[in-house]
Ligand binder design. Structure first.
Ligand SMILES: [Zn+2]
Length: 199
């Protein structure tokens, strides 16, 4: 790596060099985003789910909020508006590291990167598997690197997105809703056809 051999540094490398050290506020924000449930503010504990917008929640907190009709984000009406995550434990993590951002409870099983907010992580809506975005880009697959189930681009949910990523997640959520409606419509049509044939 480097410029002496005539190679052009990639943007990500330049960004890394210029990056300032994390401030205390930024660190606590990252810890809140990646370690705590977005609605109950309790520590994230399995089973953990994400919504179409890539926020993290304890499944139990979502169920409780739905049953008790507590305030919950508009885009979550039923448990079907979330997906349970298939996360990979970080063997290096200990409970003592709970408030440190450097060591995350979860890692990407493909690249070994830690899920701490430093690198983009994604979940697949189709199977719930979680890994770093880099893992997806490196292999350029159409099947999940963890469980081998096929997926569509609209199934890729960036976890804790911001800015442009958030806009994309809103779009993908809408696309998935349309796909769901279309599939339901197709299924109903199939049932109708079968009924006609049976007469
Ligand atoms: Zn999978």
């Amino acid at each position: 790596m480097g410029c002496d051999g005539g190679t052009i540094p990639r943007r990500s490398e330049l960004v890394k060099i210029k990056k300032k050290p994390e401030t205390k506020d930024k660190t606590s924000h990252l810890i809140f985003q990646w370690r705590y449930c977005n609605i109950s503010q309790q520590l994230l504990q399995r089973p953990i789910v994400t919504c179409g917008l890539g926020k993290l929640y304890n499944k139990s907190s979502i169920i409780e909020a739905i049953i008790n009709k507590e305030s919950i984000p508009n885009h979550i009406r039923t448990l079907k508006d979330t997906v349970e995550l298939n996360l990979t434990n970080n063997p290096e993590f200990h409970e003592d590291n709970r408030t440190e951002i450097e060591t995350s409870p979860f890692i990407c099983s493909v690249t070994g990167l830690e899920m701490s907010g430093k690198f983009r992580f994604v979940a697949l809506w189709s199977c719930g598997c979680v890994f770093s975005e880099r893992a997806l880009k490196e292999v350029n697959m159409k099947t999940c690197p963890k469980c081998l189930k096929s997926f569509h681009e609209m199934d890729v949910v960036i976890l804790n997105p911001s800015g442009e990523d958030m806009k994309n997640m809103v779009n993908r959520m809408e696309l998935r809703k349309k796909r769901k409606k279309r599939r339901l419509h197709e299924k109903n049509a199939e049932i109708q056809n079968k009924k006609i044939k049976d007469i």
